[in-house]
Write a protein that binds this ligand. Structure first.
Ligand code: PM9
Length: 461
């Protein structure tokens, strides 16, 4: 068939007004927020690209599901609908529902990690690593080198380097490695996928060594789409069947349902082993809620079950979702703005180190760039660099990630192509006068996950 553009497989039924504040109001807001976009009030934001987490627009079918949610404390009908959806779409038998992704990470880390253990993974994620360290483990990054290079166009920058993984197992012994933490469509690398070949190879390696493979399948749908587009032999397969195959190379998964699954709250831990699931459930009742709701209301679970079914109902949903992200990314690339390539699945990642090359990493270029874009246009992005990386718990020193990025994250089914044009114009305007953007320093640095609540002030010029 001749080439046709993607278009969203839906039309808009309800709208929520947004408003652009004046420049003076934006200046006051970002100062009040301590130059941290997390501390802005949403009313102060025009186009909100802070995160794709919990910001999706639900469908009419999901909203209808809210009315049908079964709020029984135990054995809710909506829970069993969710179990069926996870079994048929992801292929895991055992479902442990949680209030969101980090709830699942907490339970998984507590049941599998003993103090002194080592957890290899393909680049850290903030909350995932926090829970691994909180359980007494140490995370070791075994992602391929290309992932740390914003300019590498490797099609699967999320892949695990098997030599690095083997070296970890050699050094510490398989008995100290409870599982490999394998993220699909790696967030901190720029939304970069893992290939099916790599998933299969890692699983086979781990089986030989008696090590479990636990996916972070939060954005596995987007990963499945990239496999369909980029990996030989998958062009004619549905995204749904590719997603099932991805999960087949694992023993379980944690999922933040606030992303791919098209709901505003929710998550789960899914497992194959009933004995492991029983251990998870016994902790669940202490930390999250009963094993048939785990922190979600009946209506949340009903909307989630429907969101899971909907995301794979056809390939057009994910094609349009990633298509919109690529539209923004390609517009910026054409304008010569340094961004992480290839364009990722859930957002466009600006290379703040290259854009603000007059600032050392200690002056927080990505934090400063996110604040400058907000000032320019009311567009809210997020720092993903040295502030997010935090301090090494052993030495107390700042970690220095190679990637110093601002993430412009696209919520699902929320904004139009015109919004993307406005965002691109703002990034270009800030880029034009980039040398006028100064650095920042901490005035308040929280001990854990500091990027959420830290406050900064501008360094004197
Ligand atoms: N991700 C994001 O904006 C929300 C909070 S952190 C800024 O990208 C992965 C790959 C995630 C993720 C959250 C979680 C935690 C786990 N894995 O936020 O607890 O991207 O539902 O999930 C965010 P919850």
């Amino acid at each position: 068939m001749e080439h046709r553009s993607w278009a969203e497989p839906w039309k808009i039924k309800m709208v929520e007004p947004i408003e652009l504040r004046t420049r003076d109001e934006r200046e006051a807001a970002i100062e009040r927020a301590g130059f941290n976009t997390f501390l802005l009030r949403s009313d102060e934001v025009y186009i909100d690209l802070l995160t794709d987490s919990g910001t999706s627009a639900m469908s009419d079918r999901q909203w209808a599901g809210l009315m049908l949610g079964d709020e029984s404390y135990a054995g809710s009908r909506s829970f069993y609908h969710l179990v069926d959806a996870v079994r048929s779409v992801y292929g895991y038998e055992e479902l442990v529902p949680t209030h969101q992704g980090r709830g699942a990470e907490h339970i998984l880390s507590q049941i599998l990690i003993r103090p002194g253990d080592v957890i290899p993974g393909n680049m850290y994620f903030t909350t995932t690593r926090f829970h691994q360290e909180h359980a007494g483990g140490t995370f070791v990054d075994v992602i391929i080198d290309e992932a740390h290079d914003p300019d590498s166009t490797h099609p699967f920058k999320g892949n695990i380097d098997l030599d690095k993984l083997a070296a970890v197992v050699d050094t510490y012994g398989a008995e100290r490695v409870p599982y490999v933490s394998f993220e699909t469509n790696v967030n901190m690398a720029g939304g970069q996928p893992v290939s099916m070949r790599n998933l299969a190879d890692v699983y086979e390696f781990c089986r030989r060594h008696g090590i479990l493979v636990m996916l972070d399948a939060t954005r596995a749908l987007e990963n499945a789409y990239f496999i369909q587009q980029r990996e030989g032999g998958y062009q004619d397969r549905s995204v749904a069947s590719i997603l099932r195959e991805i999960c087949s190379y694992s023993d379980g998964a944690t999922v933040s349902s606030k992303k791919d699954n098209l709901v505003n709250i929710g998550g789960f831990l899914a497992l194959r082993d009933p004995e492991l699931a029983a251990r998870a459930r016994s902790l669940l009742v202490a930390f999250e809620g009963l094993h048939t709701y785990g922190g979600m209301s009946g209506r949340d679970m009903e909307a989630l079950a429907r969101g899971i079914e909907e995301m794979v109902a056809g390939d057009e949903h994910v094609r349009a979702r990633v298509g919109q992200v690529e539209y923004l990314g390609n517009t910026l690339i054409k304008a010569g703005i340094p961004v992480v390539r290839p364009i990722g699945g859930h957002g466009v990642f600006l290379d703040a180190a290259a854009i603000l090359d007059h600032l050392p990493q200690e002056h927080f270029p990505a934090q400063a760039l996110a604040a400058a874009i907000y000032r320019d246009s009311g567009v809210r992005g997020m720092e993903r660099g040295i502030v997010s990386a935090g301090r090494d718990p052993g030495t107390g020193e700042n970690r220095h990630p190679n990637l110093e990025l601002v993430r412009l994250t696209i919520p699902r089914r929320v904004y139009t192509q015109s919004h993307m044009d406005v965002v691109a114009e703002s990034v270009m305007a800030v880029y034009e006068r980039r040398h006028r953007v100064g650095g920042l320093r901490f005035v308040y640095e929280p001990e854990q996950l500091r990027f959420f609540q830290a406050r900064f002030e501008e360094l004197p010029a």
